[in-house]
Design a protein around this ligand. Sequence first.
Ligand code: UDP
Length: 318
Amino acid sequence: MSGIMHVLVTGGAGFIGNHFCRRLLAEGHKVTAIDNFLTSSPDNIADLFGKDFTFIHYDVTHFVHVPGPLDAVVHLASPASPVDYLAHPIHTLKLGSLGTHNLLGLAKAKKARFLLASTSEIYGDPLVHPQPESYWGNVNPIGIRGVYDEAKRFAEAIAMAYYRAHDLDVKIARIFNTYGPKMRLQDGRVVPNFIGQALRGNPLTIYGDGKQTRSFGYVDDLVEGLLRLLQSDFHGPMNLGNPNEFTVLELADLVLELTKTESKKEYAPLPADDPKLRRPDISLAIRVLGWEPKVELRQGLEKTIRWFSHRLDLIPNA
Ligand code: UDP
């Protein structure tokens, strides 16, 4: 799809949603954002109000009404950090299920395309590595992370049902670990945790032995992938992430080097069901979208550290 779109973005005040809204506005599109500020902040949208940006303060687990035509519905609203979804387990399940259903219904009524933010968590603690879209995953449905994993698995299932039953133009982005400015320092994920700890000279908390791996993608790369996916004719799930894989210990050492701090490393128990390995197979995105991440971890961390270092005094010490 080319030309100017009117896009509804849920989670528009959150980390990825806010970056995505800004990118859409920069490309000349019209954006209506929805958010209930459960894990996000009105500060993120304060400078966006204008003729092309509208905001609705709303919880999408209830029936969603948006007046006028829409070209696309992009459902990014959800707690996404393990700490957040463990704090809001039932709401996380409702956002993936009821929220996705409401937004699919809206997209169908408006004859709009639908982009769902899914996650690498749907692969659980993977037995196939790296993870291609064809892998069905290894999820503990009743474990503590199940509230997020199963919410997103249900969201994918109902989105594909709308594609098959109603011919809705459905795209599903399976988003791998993403970091960058506008994350909340206290959101509990490893990148903001380590940066905050290092900048304050506190010990970096390594869960388990730190040999578990993740593949960290910079938010600008992700937003480019989301936009290309939204504008493509592709249907179904697609991995979006950076395939460069690091252990948590390697990440800690890089944060220590870049922040030039004397912080030590401190070991803490590994949370239940914490995946041991994670790396996306992105051959589908390369082939279909011509998309590949460009920002190396070192470069992305430098930008993120710079952003956090200017805001540290505004955020309470955890
Ligand atoms: N982790 C850690 N220290 C922290 C926070 C997280 O060692 O202070 C580990 C966590 O156990 C996991 C990895 O870092 O293995 C990534 O965790 P995160 O919460 O960022 O996201 P996940 O990929 O687990 O959803």
